[in-house]
Design a protein around this ligand. Structure first.
Ligand SMILES: NC(=O)c1ccc[n+]([C@@H]2O[C@H](COP(=O)([O-])OP(=O)(O)OC[C@H]3O[C@@H](n4cnc5c(N)ncnc54)[C@H](O)[C@@H]3O)[C@@H](O)[C@H]2O)c1
Length: 316
């Protein structure tokens, strides 16, 4: 049986599928040629990431297709309900990148706590002429150990981030309207395990108690962090948004930075992607990444292997 991985797949995923007798094609077929290609080559499984779209017309025109797979989480590019109505299996890999996002958040938080985002910008320009000035400017760093991390949205990524925080010696407080408690098991290199039960508390309490705040909520209608939320945070709080553009009000964030309420912040996602506001890009209090939370080799490997396992389970 043939699998077309139109937006690519990791070698580990190819190996797992080939071992079970599948043929994996990794050519990227242009969107307008996709229907023909699938039919002419008897493709049974179409795997995509975010680039290729799978709409009703393709589903109707490719009766041989049995599975549509999305490497990653969001399935906005697939007509999921329609495909399922037509008897196709639609699969994704929601957990594969959780730890990668968690580590990116901590990359930002550690960096912000010690002004690495600024030092990296300014050392190339002034490192030889103003070494002492920069040393003084970045002297008042803080440690994460012993501080409180507030997690908004305590699902897969929120919990993965909490585990990294616990491992780093932080206290974790969390808010999630749909979850009362979570058991987090930390595994260490030598097989030891330590488990923590974390009961969620109110959003207000999380915002009041946290020294660092990280968001891991799904996209939603209203801002999760807006002016009212900023106003009850600790002065000098550090915030990270690696969830979705639009869960933090960016205008209110810039205001909160200007007033000193928020010391510094990290953004991996933006209200306007792929053209974030210039006021964000040029703001020295921000540590920025271009939506790379899930972009690690390990996550890609897990995505490939998880897709392969699900395909084999469905088709045998
Ligand atoms: N930066 C990246 O590259 C990247 C990668 C993958 C996922 N994401 C994003 O991360 C977010 C979380 O993903 P996940 O896999 O952990 O999802 P998840 O569904 O496992 O967890 C989300 C949690 O948020 C909770 N929630 C919903 N509304 C809330 C609210 N208003 N306040 C507090 N909690 C709320 C839900 O109950 C759920 O437990 C999603 O927005 C996803 O798109 C980003």
């Amino acid at each position: 049986m043939k699998v077309l991985a139109n937006d690519g797949i990791s070698q580990s995923g190819i190996d797992a599928l080939e071992k079970e007798g599948y043929e994996v094609i990794t050519t990227t077929v242009a969107q307008e040629q996709l229907i023909n290609y699938i039919n002419e080559n008897d493709i049974v499984v179409l795997l995509v990431r975010s680039a290729t779209t799978v709409r009703k017309d393709l589903i109707d025109a490719c009766p041989g297709l049995k599975i549509i797979g999305r490497g990653g989480v969001g399935m906005d590019n697939i007509d999921v309900e329609y495909a399922r109505e037509k008897g196709l299996s639609v699969i994704n890999t929601p957990a594969a990148s959780s730890h990668s996002v968690a580590e990116l958040v901590f990359g930002h938080l550690y960096g912000l706590a010690r002004f690495l985002h600024n030092a990296n910008r300014e050392m190339p320009l002034e490192g030889d002429s103003n070494f002492k000035g920069l040393k003084k400017a970045y002297a008042k760093g803080t440690e994460l150990k012993g501080k409180t991390l507030g997690v908004l949205g305590f699902g897969r990524i929120g919990q993965a981030t909490a585990k990294v925080a616990l491992g780093a010696g932080m206290k974790v407080v969390a808010f999630d309207p749909f979850l009362e408690e979570a058991n987090l098991e930390l595994e260490f290199f030598d097989g030891q395990k330590v488990s923590f039960d974390i009961k969620t508390i109110s959003k207000e309490e999380v915002l009041k108690q946290a020294d660092f705040i990280t968001l891991h909520v799904p996209a939603q209608k209203d801002y999760v962090i807006d002016e009212a939320e900023f106003s009850i945070m600790k002065d000098g709080v550090i915030i990270a948004n690696a969830a979705r553009g639009g869960v933090v009000n960016e205008v209110a964030l810039v205001k909160a930075i200007e007033s000193g309420k928020v010391a510094r912040a990290a953004l991996d996602v933006f209200e306007k992607e792929p053209k974030p506001e210039i006021q964000l890009l040029m703001n020295p209090a921000l540590s920025l990444t271009p939506h790379t939370g899930a972009a690690t080799n390990e996550a890609q490997d897990r995505i490939g292997v998880e897709l392969a396992e699900q395909i084999v389970n469905i088709l045998g």
